[in-house]
Design a protein around this ligand. Structure first.
Ligand SMILES: *[C@@H]1O[C@H](CO)[C@@H](O)[C@H](O)[C@H]1NC(C)=O
Ligand SMILES: *[C@@H]1O[C@H](CO)[C@@H](O)[C@H](O)[C@H]1NC(C)=O
Length: 411
């Protein structure tokens, strides 16, 4: 009898182990991702400091698959560029690709780009990769959006327009820097993306995206300048990133399709609105691992935000080995991001694991589930928070406990 029982227990714990292991494996990019290599150049260009949109675009269009247009030296000014399938743009060390300050060159036909209006989406992005496979941007050079520079024949910069829009409760029509849509296996490697007029990188409806060694740096005062926004996308790796900006450092959305199998590893976040999921998540976000993250001087740390107009299921999310300092809201799980929202897309967050988290300075922790029927379900495993912190839970089932004190993480 006794023997039988211990066999049973053994089998049970083996089964639990298998289930746990499977879950851990699944909460990531399913691809085996290694450090990218810069493909060989098809053509090398020298920047003259004047508008070179046509020259770069011509080189991209005639470059063979598996090759890169090499911006080898100098400064290039450019309007919208489109990277063809299989082709890369290699921005070499110390080279700067500046977005033109002439808003007209970004206009997408509605005569809105560079204006504040009740309408939005008036600009083409600086760099578009759409319906392409195996394209990318490589090299240690810089893409400078020139967000703070006065626009040609205007008295305001892109950032001024964004502030004006906030005051008027309208929209600024500013270009995104890198827009990836409906594509496969896209790479951003090493590049620095700075001073964005609007979002830095959007990854929409794309299967296979790797950002490796990418730096994003825009002042925290610049509005709506999200760092990297994957949405409706799968198999995503963001590794060794450094992101400082005026809005979400990363914002994972799911409005047109589910977003799943994401790994955010070995990153450093400065000022920004956090490692975020939301707000549009009605198609569901799942299988995300955030591992080895440092967050400093930011408004939010680990954030999930949505409301009943655009909520959905967020599940199988693991935050592991995160160190935070001077973060106002180190953990904020919010299901009523807009208090006035209406609709039946109820946000539901479950299977959210916080493991080996240390927050060095006092902050506010919020677990605000939608209702007793749809509570937040989270697990805490070795979560250390600073003395003086506020901990607020409502409609939340939390397994495990936090500890007030200080641990041995460095950040
Ligand atoms: C994600 O990657 C795995 C492993 O390479 C692959 O089997 C799967 O098809 C990919 N998913 C998508 C949606 O591309
Ligand atoms: C804390 O972060 C804020 C920005 O969120 C910054 O203004 C402030 O200087 C930081 N404080 C310290 C002590 O670093």
């Amino acid at each position: 009898m006794r023997r039988q029982r211990s066999y049973c227990l053994l089998a049970l714990s083996a089964a639990v182990l298998v289930v746990n292991t499977l879950q851990e494996v699944a909460a990531k990019d399913l691809r085996h991702v290694t450090e990218p290599k810069i493909p060989p150049a098809c053509e090398s260009l020298k920047g003259s400091g004047s508008d070179e949109t046509a020259v770069i675009q011509k080189a991209l269009n005639s470059c063979g698959k598996g090759k890169t247009v090499h911006l080898a030296s100098g400064t290039f000014i450019s309007g919208p560029l489109t990277i063809p399938s299989g082709v890369g743009l290699w921005i070499d060390n110390e080279v700067v690709l500046k977005a033109t300050s002439n808003a007209k060159l970004f206009d997408n036909g509605k005569n809105l780009c560079g204006t504040v209006s009740t309408q939005y989406n008036g600009c083409n992005p600086l760099i578009t990769m759409k319906n392409v496979d195996g394209s990318g941007i490589y090299g240690k050079g810089t893409i400078d959006g020139q967000g703070g520079v006065k626009l040609t024949a205007k008295t305001e910069s892109w950032w001024d327009l964004a502030h004006e829009a906030q005051v008027k409760n309208q929209y600024q029509n500013n270009p995104t820097l890198v827009d990836i849509e409906s594509s496969r296996e896209i790479i951003l490697y090493q590049v620095k993306i700075i001073n964005a007029p609007n979002y830095h990188v959007i990854v929409g409806n794309t299967n296979g995206f790797t950002a490796w060694g990418v730096t994003i740096n825009t002042p925290p005062s610049a509005r709506n300048t999200d760092g990297i926004d994957p949405g409706g996308s799968q198999n995503i790796t963001i590794n060794e990133c450094s992101i400082t900006t005026g809005d979400d450092n990363i914002a994972i959305k799911a409005h047109f399709a589910p977003t799943r199998h994401i790994s955010v590893t070995n990153c450093h976040f400065g000022p920004g609105h956090g490692m975020s999921i939301g707000s549009d998540i009605d198609q569901g976000v799942s299988d995300l691992t955030v591992e080895n993250l440092v967050q400093q001087n930011s408004l939010n740390g680990l954030q999930i935000k949505s409301d009943r107009s655009r909520g959905g299921l967020v599940t199988n999310v693991v935050y592991s080995n995160v160190c935070m300092r001077n973060v106002t809201n180190p953990i904020v799980l919010n299901t009523q991001y807009s208090k006035t929202a209406t609709g039946n897309h109820i946000p539901e967050y479950k299977g959210i694991v916080f493991k080996d988290i240390e927050v060095k300075t006092a902050g506010k922790f919020t677990f605000d589930g939608f209702s007793d029927a749809k509570p937040i379900e989270a697990t805490l495993n070795n979560v250390i928070i600073a003395k003086g912190s506020t901990w607020v839970t409502e409609h939340a089932k939390i397994n495990g406990k936090y500890v007030v004190g200080s641990g041995n993480k460095k950040c």
